[in-house]
Design a binder for this molecule. Structure first.
Ligand SMILES: C[S@@+](CC[C@H](N)C(=O)[O-])C[C@H]1O[C@@H](n2cnc3c(N)ncnc32)[C@H](O)[C@@H]1O
Length: 395
């Protein structure tokens, strides 16, 4: 057999993310040493080597998955398409008795459906195994050893192997799930967009299962996004380099203390139990103070602080009067959180208006499929106009 495909110094990858998080992801990848980062729609293309691929999976907080391109070709008919995929040495990743799945996207090509393109590609990969080893891998849609992504656009096809496996938002610290959680990648992005770098206390007064608190504490302590995750797609590849993976993990420079506190509260005791188990599983119990409270009774222990929350949207958690709830959040921020900055994500733009404060930050983010507004408020005592004039005179 030929030697397993060892990665060149400049392989081509695509890191996938949610819409509007591409610049954050490009920043993260560049900081990790990725070359030629290029922003695409819900993705960032970059170049690097195998270590860079492991690094992106382990450290990137705003990536959903990392795909490694194996081939790019043009074709005019089914036969040519099949032959090009057949030539790809899939045996470098997959065992003869292993399992695979091929996901496809298809735009304006000779194929009527993406399903047809994926079936043809799957057949080409499996036929190569049958020809070479007299045995062929089988399809497993639930838990394949190797997952391929095929992008077909007009007469051009790109075949990627997925190095992540389960989506990277699955960090591995969630032992129990809240019924309406914020996606971990979105939570990490909200924290990055707020400009908070761990310099003051972090408060989530509607913390549910504790995602924002855990992600904030992981950022402040420099704990890699994948620190608690046990499995990645590349671990099931034939060419998995255990030593290199170990070396990449050792690059983490985790802090063992920070001079700030994290506060999480929620009106629902059952949800606080979920938050507690997640916080314990992320080994953050010493840093986080949890309490059962109505948001309107919360206030910071010291200022300045950052308060960040994901109130109910009325989609997955039912609330009697959303506008009333959001108005009470606005009034609490105004009266109890003077000197702090507050950040809120919600899909209900009318309810957000009921907050009644003037945002300095407004962005559209997606919590999975749910389109949301992410807003930031600077909170000060007294009149906003006087605050702005006062701020300008100090500059
Ligand atoms: C969308 S969930 C937050 C989910 C959380 N970000 C997570 O990832 O698990 C909204 C939370 O607000 C809480 N909540 C609703 N009304 C509240 C109130 N008046 N005071 C405090 N928490 C409240 C709910 O119990 C729920 O856990």
């Amino acid at each position: 057999m030929q030697p397993l495909r060892i990665m060149e110094k400049t392989e081509y990858f695509i890191a996938k993310t949610f819409a509007n998080l591409e610049p954050l992801l490009a920043e993260e990848l560049t900081a990790l040493g990725a070359q030629n980062c290029q922003i695409m729609s819900r993705a960032v293309a970059f170049e690097g080597d195998m270590a860079m691929m492991y690094r992106a999976n382990y450290f990137c907080r705003t990536a959903l998955r990392i795909l490694w391109r194996q081939s790019k070709f043009t074709f005019v008919n089914n036969r040519q398409f099949y032959e090009q995929i057949f030539d790809f040495p899939a045996e470098h990743f997959l065992r003869e008795d292993g399992t695979l799945v091929v996901h496809a996207t298809n735009v304006d090509s000779i194929f009527k459906t993406p399903l047809y393109a994926s079936l043809l590609a799957k057949d080409a990969i499996c036929d190569r195994f049958r020809d070479k080893y007299n045995e062929r891998p089988s399809v497993d849609k639930e838990d394949p050893d190797v997952q391929f992504f095929l992008h077909v656009y007009k007469n051009e096809a790109q075949l990627f192997v997925d190095s992540s496996g389960e989506s990277l938002h699955k960090r591995g610290y969630k032992l129990r799930n809240h019924p309406a959680p914020i996606n971990e990648v979105v939570a990490a992005a909200m924290i990055k967009l707020s400009g908070w770098h761990g310099e003051c206390d972090f408060i989530d007064p509607m913390c549910g299962g504790g995602t924002l608190i855990v992600e904030a504490a992981m950022q402040a302590l420099n704990i890699p996004a994948g620190f608690f995750r046990r499995e990645y797609g590349f671990m099931r590849w034939k060419n998995f380099d255990k030593e290199l993976w170990k070396a990449v993990r050792k690059e983490a420079d985790i802090r063992d203390d920070v001079p700030i506190d994290f506060y999480g509260s929620d009106i629902n005791g059952r949800f606080l139990d979920i938050a507690e188990s997640n916080i314990i599983s992320a080994r953050l119990k010493d840093f986080v103070k949890l309490a059962r409270k109505d948001v309107v009774t919360t206030k910071p222990v010291r200022t300045p602080a950052v308060v960040m929350m994901n109130p109910p949207y009325g989609e997955r958690l039912q609330v009697d009067d959303l506008s009333e709830l959001y108005a009470s959040i606005g009034s609490t921020l105004k009266h109890n959180y003077s000197g702090c900055r507050a950040f809120i994500i919600s899909s209900d733009t009318d309810a957000l208006k009921a907050i009644g404060l003037h945002p300095f930050l407004q962005k559209t983010l997606y919590n999975g499929p749910i389109e949301c507004r992410y807003v930031g408020y600077e909170l000060f005592s007294g009149d906003r106009k006087a605050h702005v004039i006062n701020k300008k005179s100090k500059q």
